[in-house]
Design a protein around this ligand. Structure first.
Ligand code: TXA
Ligand code: MG
Length: 333
């Protein structure tokens, strides 16, 4: 593992200069922090895999500042791509499109498609403009771990494994982008994420969902890199159905990751909640956006408490609740 000195970038100009010279810089996006490198520089991209401990079969998302820059990386940008880009970029949506040669094999794990998105964050957009290159960036966490939604989370996992960090505060969306493949005639969601499937279907009609079953191993996954165990804390986890009463077993130090129901003030399910050492409430179920924004932060807080077990309530299975449930199922592996 290459040791690097991680500097806190004072400006997007400083961060862009690092990217241009082949270094690794973590930067904020509206979803989670990304670990960026010049997507056209294979050596720099190799550094991302080394720094994260990420297997090279897992492709990286390429970030660009505008639609024109996205079109330059692909051999075709279909009418569906035009519609989706117009509706949701900048935003938490990644489109997989047929790539041009300029994108190195390492970025796409040798696949014919490249995942591209325009992030909806002023610092990310400024960085992309100043760097004058597309930026490949996975979430800025050691492979398989919890995605970072603050600069401190990034440093907790990658200090001295990256060259710089650009601090933009907390990420507003809080979970990763929705990945939509346009490689076949039928648009297919490969990863549920920060843009609800319902919103996509409002624009282009029904889509296929092929996110795989988190309880199966990777060979069964339609999307590369969608490992069954991912986004995972170190503490063992157990899932509860939305209606299920949470009771911690006696003699074990347990935490609960939950949400308020029906916008009531009481912590969820109280007074039934009992025996937990810590309860983290992400929000209420009438505001799944807020739940998503707090989700990884809450999971980290529980993981830091050295508990025996973390119980987590599944969210209502619609909108962002589906993406959150996908993360929860992968967290238990
Ligand atoms: O919100 C996000 O998407 C964040 C921010 C930084 O943009 N990035 C992110 O990247 O979550 P990462 O590497 O943690 O997850 C990328 C996933 C891959 O594991 C894979 O499932 C899918 O996106 N993906 C990327 N490129 C792909 C491709 N060419 N074909 C199919 N799936 C792809
Ligand atoms: Mg990730």
């Amino acid at each position: 593992m290459t040791t690097r000195t991680t500097i806190r970038c004072r400006s997007t100009t400083e961060a862009a200069e690092l990217i241009r010279t082949g270094r690794l810089v973590a930067f904020p996006t509206e979803t989670v922090y990304g670990l960026g490198a010049d997507a056209t520089n294979p050596d720099a991209v190799a550094g991302i895999f080394e720094s994260k401990g990420r297997p090279t079969f897992d492709p990286l998302i390429v970030h660009v500042a505008d639609v024109l820059s996205a079109q330059e990386l692909v051999t075709s940008f279909s009418e569906t791509a035009v519609q989706l880009a117009a509706a949701f970029w900048p935003g938490p949506m990644t489109l997989v499109l047929p790539r041009r040669e300029i994108i190195p094999d390492l970025v796409t794990a040798g696949l014919p498609g490249v995942g591209i998105r325009i992030p909806d964050h002023p610092l990310a957009l400024e960085l992309l403009q100043l760097a004058e290159c597309p930026i490949a960036a996975p979430s800025a966490n050691p492979f398989g771990g919890i995605s970072p939604t603050t600069a401190q989370h990034v440093l907790d996992g990658l200090q001295n494994r990256i060259d710089g960090i650009l601090d933009g505060g907390s990420c507003g969306v809080g979970i990763e982008s929705t990945v939509v493949s346009l490689m076949t005639d039928h648009p297919t969601v490969l990863r549920l994420g920060g843009l609800p499937v319902e919103a996509i279907e409002d624009v282009i009609g029904p889509v296929e969902i092929a996110v795989g079953d988190p309880t199966k191993d990777d060979s069964a996954q339609p999307a590369p890199g969608m490992l069954s165990r991912h986004y995972a804390p170190g503490t063992p986890m157990q899932l509860l159905q939305p209606e299920q009463t949470a009771v911690a077993p006696q003699g074990r130090r347990c935490g609960l990751l939950t949400y308020r129901r029906f916008a009531q003030d009481d912590p969820a399910f109280a007074p039934e909640v009992s025996g937990f050492e810590v309860v983290e409430v992400t929000g209420d179920d009438s505001n799944l956006r807020a739940c998503a924004a707090n989700f990884f932060q809450s999971l980290r807080k529980l993981d830091a408490k050295q508990l025996d077990l973390i119980y987590a309530h599944l969210y209502p299975p619609h909108g962002l609740g589906r993406a959150l449930n996908d993360r929860l199922r992968r967290a238990i592996g």
